[in-house]
Design a protein around this ligand. Structure first.
Ligand code: SF4
Length: 344
């Protein structure tokens, strides 16, 4: 089976009608479409509201942007001193060696930047990006993202890891990827080995939004990484129509922890163009996070965060459980909503 890279391919796969494809030609011209053979196989016969299908199949609502939406919602460009680097916080940088992905998520926060061909860094540009990191001893963590860095050949991944490890001042290299759930066979022992080097800790953050994505194949891919000693984090986006129910989030986070993936962030969706149909209210997100507290262990609870538009960084946006009563101590809310006093 071949990847689907167009609306025509989606019609041929039975995932879209010809009428819908005709209505969405403009959407597909603007935002890349791709589903891997693995995802296509997984979606065979799926209903249109399947929680995995709606993450990848274009929808008519993508044609409409709200006034608040931004082409670069988290301000990558304004924090990019060198091509391929985003330096937003003092002690860490994003390194973006490519802007291509195996699948294109319809809610992607970088949807104006990612696509086939993906503006990969040339060898010289990658050298310049690495030189930027090398010359700044305050950089302790390098987050390799994109696009999806696991699309790179193991040889190229290994070269990046070795170069960063050799700098000496970088303690952690972290990869952000959707590949373990989008094309798990690509997580080969060779790729896993390429991620590790002496003198640096390698972490992998896996983007997963629904428990249904943690298939036996995805679980095996995660296991190959975890068994190699690579700690795994889960990054999830709160998405209307995919996971905006407490039971669905609970199942997702339990599935991640069961597979040795610690849920790290639950992202409120960014203001990417044409994605308002995916965005629940912040209050809805807070209610969902509150509903999980106490009912699943801390292992299963990520931090609910929002990237402040314009590139001002992440902020935790869950409700605070503590209130200060002037000089008279604090009020603390337990997981059942009851209030208790805490002195001091
Ligand atoms: S894998 Fe990540 S970068 Fe690629 S389309 Fe999905 S959200 Fe965007």
């Amino acid at each position: 089976m071949k990847p689907a890279r167009s609306l025509t391919d989606l019609v041929a796969a039975g995932l879209m009608t010809e009428a819908d494809a005709a209505a969405m030609a403009g959407v597909a011209d603007r935002y890349a479409v791709a589903l891997t053979p693995y995802v296509l196989d997984r979606l065979a016969g799926a209903a249109p509201d399947d929680p995995v299908a709606v993450q990848y199949i274009p929808a008519p609502a993508e044609a409409y942007s709200t006034e608040d939406e931004l082409a670069d919602p988290i301000g990558d460009h304004s924090h990019s001193p060198v091509k391929g680097i985003v330096h937003r916080y003092p002690d860490r940088v994003l390194l973006k060696p490519l802007h291509a992905c195996a699948v294109y998520c319809r809610f992607c926060f970088r949807r104006e930047m990612v696509g086939p061909g993906g503006d990969a860094l040339s060898a010289g540009e990658l050298d310049a990006a690495l030189a930027y990191v090398r010359s700044r001893p305050e950089i302790w963590e390098v987050i390799v993202t994109g696009g999806d860095p696991f699309l790179l050949a193991p040889r190229r991944l290994r070269a990046i890891v070795q170069a960063v490890a050799a700098m000496g001042h970088v303690g952690v290299i972290r990869f952000h990827t959707r590949i373990p759930v989008a094309d798990p066979a690509r997580v080969t022992p060779e790729l896993v080995a390429a991620l590790r080097a002496d003198g640096i800790a390698s972490w992998v953050a896996v983007h997963v939004n629904h428990a249904a994505e943690m298939t036996p194949e995805a679980a095996a891919a995660a296991a190959r990484l975890a068994d190699a000693g690579i700690p795994l984090l889960g990054q999830s986006v709160l998405l209307k129509g995919v996971n905006d129910e407490a039971a669905v989030l609970e199942a997702l986070f339990r599935a991640l922890v069961r597979n040795r993936i610690k849920p790290y962030y639950l992202h409120h969706p960014d203001l990417a163009p044409g994605t308002s149909h995916f965005r629940p209210s912040v209050e809805r997100g807070q209610d969902l996070v509150d509903a999980l507290r106490g009912h699943v262990s801390g292992l299963c609870q990520p931090t609910y965060v929002l990237d402040i538009p314009g590139g001002h960084g992440k902020a935790p946006i869950g409700r605070c459980a503590i209130e200060t009563h002037g000089g008279d101590g604090h009020g603390i809310r337990d997981y059942q909503g009851r209030r208790h006093r805490y002195p001091g």
